[in-house]
Design a protein around this ligand. Structure first.
Ligand code: GUN
Length: 293
């Protein structure tokens, strides 16, 4: 069994991006600029956004954090998005989710210019991805693809089971794993809360991607001997032994599953560190106008 070290891979890719940005700056090119919008003060969102801004600093990107009160109206927020769409210096825009209940996240996503949608959440980017056209791929699924590639994991012809059908992870993951690309060509099954015999379906997977958001749900009986296990889960669970008062748990019961599989991502330091790196990669692609001219 081999542990997939997401932190090490993320550090490696960060170095590559940092070197590229240095070269761009030396040549007088466009410094990538990421804008993050944060509405309200959800604790987890604060942490995620702070980490995104920190990564920008580390890699030589410009970043702008725009904070709004949770009482901002939907129309006011859409106007802010439109302003950023018009600003040629700003390459990428993310609006951190979740948003307050009175704001429709789909409306916000659809207002972001697809050329700046480095989260890959706009229907145009999702549609282009499904068609195999150049598109911004959302960060977590892209991070999973990069881990599989960097660990030379064979995917062609394998049965990939994805647990969870979220718009951000499960759904794009299934589209990506069936594509006719180096990491792809899988026979894919998507499962969800209504799936019958879930353990049996999962136990037929060569590659099992758990993205359901239920801590330690996937136990040894869900796993085939020799399978590749990708754990996308990241849930805060109360833990009085920790200084923070909580521990981060994945969707996979690591201690019991790890001995059965060929590769496994731990939590933390598995898929998590790859997510921000993918966002940075997309922002660089936008500054270089690779996906859209
Ligand atoms: N909330 C949780 N994950 C994400 C993400 O990847 N992007 C945005 N914008 N919000 C999130």
């Amino acid at each position: 069994m081999q542990i997939i070290d997401g932190k090490a891979v993320a550090d490696e890719i960060k170095k590559e991006i940092g070197a590229e940005v240095e070269a761009i700056i030396a040549a007088g090119g466009k410094i990538p600029h990421l804008v993050a919008i944060l509405v309200g003060n959800n604790g987890a969102s604060e942490t995620y956004v702070a980490n995104k801004v920190k990564s920008c600093e580390e890699l030589g990107f410009k970043s702008t954090l725009l904070r709004f009160d949770p009482t901002i109206s939907e129309e006011e927020l859409l106007d802010e998005v439109r302003k950023i769409n018009q600003n040629d210096d700003m390459d990428g825009l993310i609006v951190q989710l979740p948003l307050p209940d009175h704001i429709n996240p789909d409306k916000v996503m659809e207002t972001i210019d697809p050329r700046k949608d480095v989260d890959g959440f706009h229907p145009i980017n999702i549609g282009r991805m499904a068609k195999g056209l150049p598109a911004y791929i959302s960060a977590t699924p892209q991070g999973v693809l990069d881990l599989l590639e960097r660990y030379n994991i064979e995917t062609a012809g394998k049965h990939c089971v994805v647990v969870g059908r979220s718009q951000i992870v499960g759904l794009p993951m299934t589209i990506l794993m069936q594509r006719n690309t180096k990491i792809g060509n899988c026979t894919v099954t998507i499962t969800h809360s209504r799936t019958k015999n879930l353990a049996e379906v999962c136990a037929s997977a060569d590659i099992l991607i758990a993205a359901l958001g239920r801590p330690e749900f996937i136990t040894a009986d869900y796993v085939k001997e020799g399978a590749v296990i990708i754990d996308v889960g990241l849930t805060r669970v109360e833990d009085s032994s920790k200084k923070s008062g909580f521990a981060l748990k994945g969707d996979v019961k690591f201690d019991e599953v790890a001995p059965k599989c060929s590769f496994i991502t731990p939590v933390p330091k598995g898929v998590g560190p790859m997510t921000i790196v993918s966002l940075m990669k997309n922002t660089l692609l936008s500054a270089k106008k690779v996906i859209y001219q």
